[in-house]
Design a binder for this molecule. Structure first.
Ligand code: ANZ
Ligand code: ZN
Length: 856
């Protein structure tokens, strides 16, 4: 047992001095390794993780919010008796390091490591209870070697493959961008106009897990609905029908093409077979094979297709895109009516979704309607809405009744969908199909600062994985950046090698992995960060899954989806417990930090420097403010007066302790302590109300901790401090500096609870006051206050008071009041006194808990 109250730690000065006590407390934590987590199978574990930071070099208020939230949750769970793991690391690869290299001529590695050192200090200053012995830095070979190893395992399992694919090419950053990195057709960092390019790339087959990734969302009951909806939408599972339309032979195709099976028929994907009679045209994407045939002798079409190459993938994906098309000159036949339908080449048809072709139903699809209007194509209504006029498919897909649909007329949409599907399938013209919006994850990056892809390209053997014994493929750190181009591509000492299979000269892959790969499994590696023999070991079985994950809503889709995918992959490789299908049991997405209503950003010059604030007010103040200003998931408006308010509260807390320093002796001499709480019934009736109030506050705070409304926990703490101040003054002996014994009990009870309620939030001041006032143990490990069994039962009974059988008054009395007290209270009541004045009282009849009858 650690010695708690030691004279060298005597902070009980009149002034609250965070600048003195905070470093001392942090030193104490460090000296005693208070946050070092060890696996203990006899204890329930709790793994709390805040998304690890990118080491930009500066800690901003958003970071502070993220890590303080995680810290509060971790500390709270520890007080509930759990074995807590709360680690931290660095998401250290990424483009900014290369930009810095270009700008300042410093190597990305050097820049990154310096930034990490720079950011560690303020993180420690915040008093975050991290297990620093588990610190992970993803740009170090001891980390990325295991993702290279995993890459090879996945390659063997067919979950990694290489293919040519159209990408968003940023001509300034010389890199491929993800769709969400393209904003209005421009690169999110460079601002350059994005081009479409086809290049060979490595892919993770995340689509193999698409169904599981959708289905398992239902089991994530402690995730925000919003995030699950975004994930569902991103995966975009949609069940529909592939319908075949026969192409007319008389089309202006060259003879070879017309004979080829490719142009015998065209498949379209639809989720609305009920609208089949409303089809007035077909449309294909500019990349469709048929479009190329159509272009062969048609310059206009060639031009149209070429102009489309310039448009980025991301832009084509947006619904708001200006619809454009050209008639291909081809026609196809409606599968039921055999009516001819023109085939258009249209920019709004995605090449990589469904069949890359659609049946145009302008009356019931908004996109088709825009297109038909622009090119004066027929609009044919085939579904009559039961209530509203049909305008587009947003009013619920199957809500109406069929018209103008041959034998299907009169059926409901749902019935028609089934009947039409059945007919088409019977005639071999359609088959059921499930499509996903989700694409495989392209992980190749034409960048330097990332994990090398462990592949050797051999002229004879093709792409050969680097043998496990040769891993990791180390990224050279001492490099010189001359342009945005990756230096790896001009370093023969890096790429020249021999083929592991045929031993002839070969070249290494010079692309690196998407940095999302590192962040997809770091949560698991924290279980065994220094394990040199394997990616994960048994400790992962103990710690995983993460019980509580905290991070920004901006990661709601990709990061979380990739990590979920990795978790399932790791599970299927038997690296983690097969019981757990998901990496993060509970998710908290914190809101943004705003100043004057806008997002804090360097470019706006409205940032606040947490370090400076900590130096002025102390980190407890900063923590308290950040938690008090808003509930975690809402945006937080920065306010200087709010910071000062938080500081004032801590000063009040300190002063209260200082004024009640008698508690130290009281606690030292008391037979009662936290392990052996005092008998609450010591508190006389008069003070029961205080006691009840204290427990009410405790109950509310517990509830708020569970639902993470820390702002209201703080409000409750403020209320509790007010209550204790009132109690302190209510019964002060006029002659003595200490309150009477009953109030002493109240203050001991209430203050020990107040400190514990606040301990996860403001760990330094509470640590010191706990010690200074000689409460038992470390507050860090003090158990969470529990509710006394009787604490909240109704403590008062309303008595009916009669005089000679007539109702004269009501009287509220404590349940604990004995007969004597009840009689006295009744006789002393002002109303009753009027009726009994100067009269002899013959007797008093008491009906327990109900009635007092005074007989004169
Ligand atoms: C006819 C129709 C009528 C459609 C109607 C919708 C409403 P989800 O649910 O996202 O899977 N579609 C199919 N392939 C496409 C592609 N490659 N590019 C653009 N759009 C494509 O959407 C399926 C619907 O999206 C399909 O159903 C098709 O339009 C369109 F009142 O077919 B529908
Ligand atoms: Zn070879």
């Amino acid at each position: 047992m650690l010695r708690l109250y030691s004279s060298h730690l005597n902070f009980m000065k009149k002034e609250y001095q965070p600048e003195v006590l905070e470093p001392a407390v942090q030193k104490f934590w460090q000296a005693h390794q208070c946050f070092k987590a060890t696996e203990d199978p006899n204890k329930e574990k709790f793994y709390c993780l805040s998304m690890f930071p990118y080491p930009s070099g500066h800690l901003h208020v958003g970071h502070v919010r993220n890590y303080v939230l995680g810290d509060v949750i971790a500390r709270y769970q520890r007080m509930l008796g759990k074995n807590v793991l709360h680690p931290i690391g660095w998401d250290a690869f990424g483009l900014p390091a290369e930009n810095a290299a270009l700008k300042h001529g410093v190597a990305p590695a050097e820049w990154t490591y310096a930034n990490i050192d720079h950011m560690r200090t303020p993180l420690k200053q915040l008093g975050l209870g991290f297990d620093w012995s588990r610190e992970i830095t993803t740009c170090k070979p001891d980390y990325y070697r295991w993702e290279q190893w995993l890459f090879v395992q996945l390659l063997k399992k067919g979950l990694v493959y290489k293919k040519n694919s159209a990408v968003n090419w940023d001509p300034v950053d010389h890199t491929v961008l993800a769709n969400e990195q393209v904003i209005d057709g421009r690169g999110w960092r460079s601002g350059a106009l994005i081009e479409r390019r086809e290049i060979p790339q490595w892919f993770f087959k995340i689509t193999a897990y698409a169904d599981e990734l959708v289905d398992d969302l239902d089991a994530l009951t402690e995730w925000p609905e919003e995030v699950k909806t975004m994930q569902r939408h991103w995966i975009g599972r949609s069940s529909g029908l592939t319908i075949q339309f026969k192409i007319d032979k008389n089309c202006a195709l060259n003879d070879n093409a017309a004979e080829s099976s490719v142009v015998q028929s065209i498949d379209v994907f639809t989720t609305r077979p009920d609208t089949l009679f409303g089809v007035t045209f077909l449309a294909i994407s500019p990349q469709h094979t048929l479009a190329r045939y159509a272009a062969e002798h048609n310059i206009q079409i060639q031009k149209f297709i070429a102009s489309y190459q310039q448009v980025s993938v991301a832009e084509a994906a947006t619904a708001t895109l200006e619809k454009q098309g050209i008639d291909s000159g081809l026609t196809a036949r409606h599968p039921i009516t055999h009516e001819p339908l023109a085939i258009w080449i249209a920019n709004f048809v995605k090449s990589d979704y469904g069949c890359g072709a659609i049946m145009g139903v302008p009356a019931h699809d908004a996109r088709d309607f825009d297109f038909a209007k622009k090119y004066q194509l027929a609009v044919r209504t085939v579904i009559q809405a039961l209530e509203k006029e049909p305008t587009d498919d947003t009013q619920g897909p199957l809500g109406g009744q069929l018209i103008n649909s041959g034998v299907f007329t009169g059926l409901s949409s749902a019935q028609a969908a089934m009947a039409i599907t059945e007919l088409l399938i019977k005639n071999g013209l359609a088959c059921k199909k499930i499509h996903y919006r989700l694409r495989d994850w392209g992980v190749s990056r034409q960048r330097y600062w990332g994990s090398p892809i462990p592949i050797i390209n051999c002229d004879h053997c093709g792409a050969v994985p680097v043998p496990e014994k040769d891993l990791p493929v180390i990224l050279p750190e001492a490099i010189h950046f001359t342009g945005t181009h990756s230096p790896l591509k001009t370093m023969p000492e890096f790429y020249q090698t021999t083929c592991p299979q045929c031993h002839q000269p070969a070249t290494r892959e010079t692309d690196t992995l998407d940095t999302f790969v590192e962040s997809s499994w770091y949560y698991a590696r924290f279980a065994c960060p220094t394990q040199a023999k394997a990616m994960l070991d048994n400790r992962a079985h103990y710690w995983l899954p993460v019980d509580h994950y905290i991070g920004g809503i901006e990661h709601a889709i990709l990061h979380l989806l990739y990590a979920r995918f990795f978790h399932k992959v790791l599970r299927d490789l038997d690296l983690i417990d097969s019981k757990h299908n998901e990496p993060f049991t509970r998710l908290l997405t914190q809101g943004m930090v705003l100043k004057d209503g806008t997002k804090m950003s360097k470019s706006k010059g409205n940032t606040v420097d947490p370090k400076q604030l900590m130096n002025i007010y102390g980190s407890d103040t900063l923590r308290l403010f950040v938690l008090f200003a808003a509930p975690p998931e809402q945006s937080l408006e920065w306010s200087n007066s709010g910071v000062e308010g938080a500081h004032r509260f801590l000063k009040r807390l300190w002063t209260f302790a200082y004024m009640n320093v008698w508690l130290r002796e009281f606690n030292q001499n008391a037979t009662s302590n936290l392990e052996n709480p005092f008998d609450d019934t010591h508190i006389p009736t008069k003070q029961q109300a205080f006691r009840r109030e204290i427990y009410k506050i405790l109950q509310l705070a517990k509830h708020d901790y569970e639902r993470q409304q820390f702002n209201t926990v703080i409000a409750s703490s403020m209320k509790l401090l007010n209550l204790l101040s009132t109690a302190e003054h209510s019964n002060m002996n006029s002659t003595s500096a200490t309150p009477n014994l009953a109030i002493q009990y109240i203050i001991q009870l209430g203050f020990s609870m107040l400190l514990r309620l606040l301990a996860p939030i403001v760990p330094h001041i509470t640590h010191v006051l706990w010690q200074e006032l000689a409460f038992t143990g470390l507050i860090l490990d003090a158990h969470w206050p529990t509710l006394a069994a009787d604490a909240l039962t109704i403590e008062e009974i309303t008595w009916v008071v009669q005089v000679n059988g007539k109702l004269r008054a009501h009287l509220s009395l404590a349940t604990t009041a004995d007969e004597e007290a009840i009689k006295t209270a009744a006789l002393n009541n002002a109303i009753i006194k009027r009726y009994t004045e100067n009269q002899a009282i013959k007797k008093m009849i008491i009906v327990p808990k109900k009635l007092i009858n005074i007989v004169l």
